[in-house]
Write a protein that binds this ligand. Structure first.
Ligand code: KIV
Ligand code: NA
Length: 275
C-alpha cells in the first residue's frame, strides 16, 4: 500500500494522483482492482447512498459503518475518511476521540476535514498525534448553509488570495494533501504551484496534482443531474433499468426461470412421492 509520503513523491515526479470515492465493499473492491491511487470514504455518501439533502445529516457512526466495509473491500489502497459535520468543532478532546475511532475502528489511513480558521489547529493537533490529515478548501459542502448553496468559490481577487493563504496554512499545519473543490482553474494552478503537498481537485482544473470524483457520478449510478466538472465514463442507470425491466417482463411472461435455472428430482423419486 502507498504511504502518505508517496503522494508527495508523486507530486515531485509530476505523476498525477487518482482518487475516487467508495462507500461499500463491492465498490471498494472494484476500484482497488482498477488501481486507483487513493480511496475517499466521502461524507457525500449521505446524499449519494443514504438519500439525505446534504452532508450535514451524516453522523460519525455512518462514516465508521461505511469505512469498515470499504476497508474490507480495499485493504491495500490508501483510504481517507471524511470527518462528518460537527465532529471536529466542539472540542479538541471530542475531535481527537472521533478521529481515533475513524482510524482505529475502520483501518483507514487518514482523515479529511473541511475549511480553515479553527480547522487549521485541528489539522495541526491530529497530525501531531500521528493521524495523517487531508485538508479541503474551496467549496466545502458542510458549510452549505453558510455559503448559500453549491457555488464556485474563489472567483474574486480577495477570495482567491484568501484561498491561497488558507492553503499555505493547511500545509504549514501538516496536512498531507489538499482537496480543492469548485474553484477557477487559475486558482487551482496557483495553489498547485505554491504548495509542496499534493493538491487534489474536483472542479478545480487540470493543473491540480491529482483529481477526485464521486464514484456514482463517474459511472452515472443513481444520480440524475451531473455537475459540470464530472465526466461520466459509463451509464449504470441505463444498464440497471434495462436489466430490471427485462427481469420483470420475463417473469410476467414465464420466460424466467428457464430450464437452466431450475432444479429437478429423478422421475422415480417423484413417483414415490405420489405413492
Ligand atoms: O465527500 C466527498 O465525496 C468529497 C469529495 C467531493 C472531495 O469530499
Ligand atoms: Na466530503
Amino acid at each position: 500500500m502507498k504511504q502518505s509520503t508517496d503522494f508527495l513523491k508523486m507530486k515531485q515526479n509530476e505523476e498525477k494522483i487518482t482518487m475516487i470515492t467508495a462507500y461499500d465493499y463491492p465498490t471498494a473492491k472494484l476500484v482497488e482492482h482498477a488501481e486507483v491511487d487513493m480511496i475517499l470514504v466521502g461524507d457525500s455518501l449521505g446524499m449519494v447512498v443514504l438519500g439525505y439533502e446534504s452532508t450535514v445529516a451524516v453522523t460519525l457512526e455512518d462514516m465508521i459503518h461505511h469505512a469498515k466495509a470499504v476497508k474490507r473491500g480495499a485493504p491495500n489502497t490508501f483510504t481517507v475518511v471524511d470527518m462528518p459535520f460537527m465532529s471536529y468543532h466542539i472540542s479538541k478532546e471530542e475531535t481527537m476521540h472521533n478521529a481515533r475511532r475513524l482510524i482505529q475502528e475502520t483501518g483507514a489511513q487518514a482523515v479529511k476535514v473541511e475549511g480553515s480558521g479553527e480547522v487549521i489547529d485541528v489539522i495541526k493537533f491530529l497530525t501531531n498525534a500521528g493521524i495523517p490529515v487531508v485538508a479541503h478548501l474551496g467549496l466545502t459542502p458542510q458549510m452549505v448553509g453558510v455559503l448559500g448553496g453549491y457555488k464556485v468559490q474563489g472567483k474574486t481577487t480577495e477570495a482567491a488570495q484568501k484561498l491561497v493563504e488558507d492553503a499555505k496554512a493547511c500545509q504549514e499545519a501538516g496536512a498531507m494533501a489538499l482537496v480543492l473543490e469548485c474553484i477557477p482553474r487559475q486558482v487551482g494552478k496557483i495553489v498547485q504551484e505554491t504548495l509542496t503537498i499534493p493538491t487534489i481537485g474536483i472542479g478545480a482544473g487540470v493543473d491540480c496534482d491529482g483529481q477526485v470524483l464521486v464514484f456514482h457520478d463517474l459511472v452515472r449510478y443513481g444520480v440524475d443531474r451531473l455537475p459540470k466538472f464530472v465526466q461520466a465514463y459509463a451509464d449504470i442507470n441505463e444498464s440497471i433499468t434495462t436489466a430490471v425491466k427485462q427481469y420483470v417482463s420475463e417473469v410476467k411472461e414465464r420466460k424466467f426461470p428457464s430450464e437452466k435455472h431450475t432444479f429437478t428430482m429423478k422421475e422415480e423419486e417423484l413417483t414415490g412421492l405420489y405413492g
